[in-house]
Design a protein. Structure first.
Length: 615
């Protein structure tokens, strides 16, 4: 009876099992019919398997009509390939079918196509491919309504076919201008102006319209209308098309209610610092919320769900937070080309008191460093704009020509001017001791002012009092430009200046994985270091996939005491990299070579694996 019947028809099945019902069992009888043997003789151009495929197998048996149809199909296939004299005979005796084929000689063809004469063995498929190639070429030139006619003259005596292809180009359609009449699309208008004029391309038009509709929704114009006026002008065999797009944005949707859930230990006020709210809905605000959640350091994930209220022209939000674990112990060991073997231990206590306060206790030791840190920070210090940090530290650093011992504390306070722009002040009080090329020991009070635009620009100003009084300035800049879809370029610039009384650990060196990769660590400027530093690095990259890129770079750098000396005999190196774009920065593997002379020595190659953090 079957389990399936028991599930689908429980009552009927139960009756059948108890003998109170009846069960119908289907019985199938198969009539095999007669078996036929099919054999081909004389075929050279087509294989037997291909000829078998021409037979209609959806029949009960084989009769004269079936064989006549098979004969016709075989002759048609041969004639398509230029065998115009082919003859096919068949013989049916008992259950055996014999097909005899006389192929004859294959005809040649001369194809007359757009002033071109092409000689090939006659082949209808190949001739059609030639026609299609010509049509595709003309369509790329803008002839969107191309048609064609084919006329054939068969000379059976010479075994030759003349194929005359008449191409009717029609009119050439050119997209001459595309303009969007709206203040919302000034930048898009400028970008697309470089694409025109061009031949009619619906893919490009679809892409532009998708961008228009996408931006309108991202700005909160959910009821916008996009109207298009197309005017045409005939010039010789071309029709010039002028697209004028008028955007009626309608009313811009405002933010409505916000529902927050998922908080367990976090104060609701801290979550509100993360959630930015302006009057009008926009994608930029949504992106800032995600960025704030990442920067807070206390949330593992954030999910935003927007509900569009078309009646009241509002966007209501549902925000789900997932908190990070409050206590984390981390142990790690590894090796890199710069520090050698490295061991790190860390104890982090997050979201203390539910106000976003994070405590990090950190210890790290390698062949070049020994670091002790006790750190407290709040990335949203009682507001959405302020953030602060305080640290107790005791460090040891091994440099190329000296060793540095420091211990003390530091305080910093920052203010977000914009989502990716901040200004900050800092103070640190520490004891510094150096041995090696410069032996010194003293206590310093360091005041700092920092202005930063993420991934673009950073300037740091420091004034130091104590054992030595000195000042220091550092500038960093990066310009990025994409071109040709998968290609792009970056230009990195850095400059540093410090006054004469600065200690060796505040002076400048180049060389190593950060800057001037073709040279050993801090070899440029060694041993005393320089009071001024200049660094330039142009890069060109190719994006393999979404986040993987191949990079070629050139670096120029110099350390000196005077500005005029920075441009004389600058050190240079060249390198190749493979980089992966991650949320914290570019993870890259580099190989670099110094360009001191034209002698090639493999021993000069330098290899690095590093993370290029966002500054």
């Amino acid at each position: 009876i079957g389990f399936k019947n028991l599930v689908n028809h429980p009552l009927a099945t139960l009756k059948a099992l108890l003998g109170k019902g009846k069960v119908g069992i289907p019985v199938y009888e198969v009539y095999e019919g007669e078996r036929y043997e099919l054999k081909f003789y004389g075929n050279k151009f087509f294989s037997e398997n291909y000829l078998y495929s021409l037979l209609d197998i959806n029949t009960v048996g084989i009769d004269i009509l079936i064989l006549e149809n098979l004969k016709k199909r075989i002759e048609e296939e041969y004639k398509k390939k230029g065998f115009f004299d082919v003859s096919v005979e068949y013989e049916l005796k008992n259950n055996k079918v014999v097909i005899r084929i006389r192929e004859g000689k294959r005809y040649k063809a001369k194809v007359f196509l757009n002033s071109k004469e092409i000689e090939i063995p006659y082949d209808e498929d190949r001739i059609q491919d030639l026609i299609n190639e010509e049509i595709e070429y003309l369509k790329k030139l803008g002839y969107a309504t191309v048609t064609y006619e084919v006329k054939q003259v068969v000379d059976k005596e010479k075994k030759y076919v003349k194929v005359y292809v008449k191409i009717n180009r029609g009119m050439r359609y050119i997209l001459w201008r595309f303009s969007i009449e709206s203040e919302l699309f000034k930048d898009l208008n400028k970008k697309i102006s470089y694409k025109f004029p061009k031949v009619l391309d619906y893919k490009t038009l679809d892409e532009i319209y998708r961008k228009i509709n996408k931006r309108l929704k991202e700005k909160g114009y959910f009821d916008a209308k996009v109207l298009t006026d197309i005017s045409m002008k005939k010039v010789r065999d071309a029709i010039l098309m002028f697209y004028r797009v008028k955007v009626i944005p309608g009313k811009r949707y405002e933010y409505g209610d916000t529902l927050i859930y998922g908080l367990e230990k976090t104060n609701l006020r801290e979550a509100k610092y993360v959630i930015e709210k302006e009057k009008y809905f926009s994608k930029e605000v949504e992106e800032r919320i995600v960025l704030n959640a990442m920067e807070s350091g206390i949330f593992k994930s954030l999910r935003l769900e927007n509900y569009v209220d078309r009646k009241n022209k509002k966007v209501h939000r549902l925000v789900y937070f997932q908190e990070k674990k409050r206590g984390v112990i981390g142990l790690s060991a590894g090796f890199n080309t710069f520090e050698g073997f490295k061991f790190t231990a860390e104890l982090s206590l997050r979201n203390l008191l539910g106000i976003g306060l994070i405590n990090t206790n950190f210890f790290s030791i390698s062949e070049k460093y020994k670091l002790y840190r006790v750190n407290f920070k709040d990335n949203f210090l009682f507001s959405r704009r302020f953030f602060g940090e305080t640290s107790l530290f005791k460090d040891y650093e091994q440099h190329d020509t000296y060793e540095l011992f420091t211990k003390g504390f530091s305080l910093s306070l920052g203010y977000r001017l914009k989502p990716l722009t901040f200004i900050g002040i800092s103070f640190s009080n520490f004891e510094g001791k150096t041995i090696g090329s410069e032996e010194d020991k003293g206590t310093y009070r360091k005041f700092g002012l920092v202005f930063s635009v993420r991934e673009k620009f950073r300037v740091s100003l420091f004034k130091v009092y104590g054992h030595r009084n000195y000042s220091k300035v550092e500038l960093e800049g990066k310009v990025k430009k994409d071109f040709l879809k998968k290609f792009g370029s970056r230009m990195k610039v850095a400059y540093g200046y410090t006054t004469r009384k600065s200690p060796i650990f505040e002076r400048f060196f180049l060389g190593g994985y950060k800057r001037m990769k073709g040279y050993t660590y801090e070899s440029i400027g060694s041993p005393p270091g320089g009071r001024q530093m200049l660094y330039l690095s142009p890069e060109v990259y190719y994006v393999f996939k979404k986040d993987l890129e191949f990079i070629t770079f050139l670096e120029l750098g110099k350390v000196a005491n005077r500005f005029s000396e920075l441009f004389k005999n600058m050190k240079k190196d060249f390198g190749l990299s493979v980089g992966f774009r991650s949320p914290v920065g570019l993870i890259r593997g580099d190989v670099a070579y110094p360009l001191e002379d034209f002698k090639v020595k493999p021993s000069r190659l330098k290899f690095y694996l590093s993370v290029e953090f966002f500054f």
